[in-house]
Ligand binder design. Structure first.
Ligand code: G4P
Length: 197
């Protein structure tokens, strides 16, 4: 997605070879117009999947997921990383290990928000090692529903997440695919191909 790639180039900050900081439009301050376009792009890519619900994880998945839900006209549910006062009753829970942060979180969604007839689109902001997405997929399956796609805003293609998900037969659509964060610079997968032509 061109607008997203341009924004990453302009406003993203390469912290090191593994981490891209995008807190001026996605992870802290949020650019609503960009989110709206991101939601539209997800809606177009998954238009033929008969999606009935979007599942994401707090906090940075929520903005793109809500915009996709707006365009697909389906509800959005976000998994919580911590127990909350109102998150009571039957829960669907999965354990998610973050290699980046070296911590494990229990993530949960109330059972009543997923039903057996749901065709679910899982959305998240970053795809690195794939653990968050796998946790969400597990929760959807526990709820007896089907995952019909994974939508990612920024995929770090040099990390194994995308491949792990695809090997499970999941359709992964990433709007920006980064092949490298070397030399303090963001390189996208399509850029590498274009450079070879
Ligand atoms: P994984 O889910 O793909 O296995 O990713 P990982 O454990 O490596 O990532 C844990 C957290 O770090 C996630 O956010 C993920 O979005 C974020 N993350 C991973 N790589 C990057 C990166 O290069 N840049 C930025 N900005 N974030 C990255 P989280 O802890 O769930 O945070 P939030 O959603 O509350 O913001």
């Amino acid at each position: 997605m061109k607008l997203l790639e341009e924004t990453i180039k302009k406003d993203g900050l390469v912290l090191n070879e593994n981490v891209l900081k995008v807190d001026s439009f996605l992870n802290h301050q949020i650019d609503p117009k960009l989110m709206l376009e991101i939601g539209k792009e997800f809606a177009e890519r998954f238009a033929n999947e008969g999606i009935t619900k979007i599942i994401t994880i707090e906090s940075s998945g929520i903005a793109p997921a809500v915009m996709a839900g707006y365009h697909l006209n389906v509800p959005v549910v976000f998994a919580r990383k911590r127990k909350s006062l109102t998150l009571t009753g039957d829960l669907l829970t999965a354990s998610v290990h973050s290699f980046t942060k070296n911590e494990t979180n229990e993530i949960s969604i109330a059972k009543k928000f997923i039903n057996e007839n749901d065709r679910v689109l899982v959305i998240d902001d970053f795809l690195a090692n794939g653990q968050a997405a796998l946790g969400l997929v597990e929760i959807v399956k526990l709820g007896g529903a089907e995952v019909n796609g994974i939508g990612i805003v920024i995929e770090k293609s040099f990390q194994p997440g995308a491949q792990i998900l695809k090997e499970q037969g999941l359709r992964v659509e990433s709007l920006a695919r980064i092949s490298s964060l070397g030399n303090g610079e963001v390189t996208f997968i399509n850029e590498k191909v274009e450079a070879l032509i």
